[in-house]
Design a protein around this ligand. Structure first.
Ligand SMILES: C[S@@+](CC[C@H](N)C(=O)[O-])C[C@H]1O[C@@H](n2cnc3c(N)ncnc32)[C@H](O)[C@@H]1O
Length: 218
């Protein structure tokens, strides 16, 4: 991972977000709600502007910060579907979408993504994976199916703050399953037919995967 001073320097160059996003970020940090870090925000803004997705899928809403950020930078004609299963956060996310006038642009699906994803049949040109790290590998077949050819899958927290490089025996016993599953997920992303993936030291480590534009399901 990048050292703290480098990240601070990079973040200091960012021109910042609109005040309502700053307000929500402050609230999230004060109430220990995990949201994307500054450098990840910056990368996401870049992807929204450069890729201009119209249909976005997010797994892991929390209180709606990243969904609102994507909506802000993807533009007015983007629609976001976001999934959250934690009852305490769902009403807060909904209230935020309402408060910031985005209820018609962001739809919240309530429940476990493991059950919701297989039911979805839309095609998404951008998918943001930001839920329980141990489950990414289980979500992958559906994420790939739902991703449009030419679409981008962005997966957050994949380097586990650097712990991913350690041997599994050096990792806390209770984190070993997640560690193994995340390594399997990264291997799959890098070797799956039809996907081209770069792993970057942004945020907690992220993987950005492109589904080949001429990819056809057999
Ligand atoms: C890191 S937070 C998401 C932060 C959010 N993307 C942001 O940056 O503003 C991860 C969220 O995923 C939710 N989550 C974890 N596993 C899930 C699952 N299987 N289905 C739906 N939501 C899940 C958690 O409850 C948590 O609120």
């Amino acid at each position: 991972m990048l050292d703290e001073r480098t990240v601070t320097f990079i973040n200091s160059l960012d021109p910042g977000n609109p005040p309502y996003l700053d307000e929500l970020e402050k609230y999230a940090l004060e109430t220990y709600v995990p949201i994307i870090r500054k450098d990840m925000q910056s990368y996401m803004k870049f992807l929204m502007k450069a890729h201009r997705p119209k249909k976005i899928l997010e797994v892991g809403t929390a209180i709606g910060f990243s969904a609102l950020l994507m909506s802000e930078y993807a533009g007015n004609d983007a629609h976001i579907t976001t999934i959250e299963n934690y009852e305490k956060r769902i009403p807060l996310a909904k209230a935020n979408f309402e408060k910031y006038g985005k209820s018609d642009k962001i739809e919240l699906l309530e429940g476990d993504a493991l059950e919701i994803l297989p039911e979805l049949d839309g095609v998404y040109d951008f998918i943001f994976m930001d839920a329980a790290k141990g489950q990414y590998i289980n979500f992958l077949p559906d994420l790939f199916r739902l991703l449009a050819p030419g679409g981008i899958l962005l997966s957050d927290n994949v380097l586990q703050d650097g712990e991913i490089i350690e041997s599994k025996y050096a990792v806390n016993r209770r984190d070993r399953t997640i560690h193994t599953r995340m390594r399997d997920y990264l291997y799959e992303l890098k070797h799956m037919k039809g996907l081209m993936t770069a792993i970057l030291p942004v945020g907690d480590g992220c993987a950005v995967s492109y589904k080949e534009a001429d990819f056809e399901e057999k």
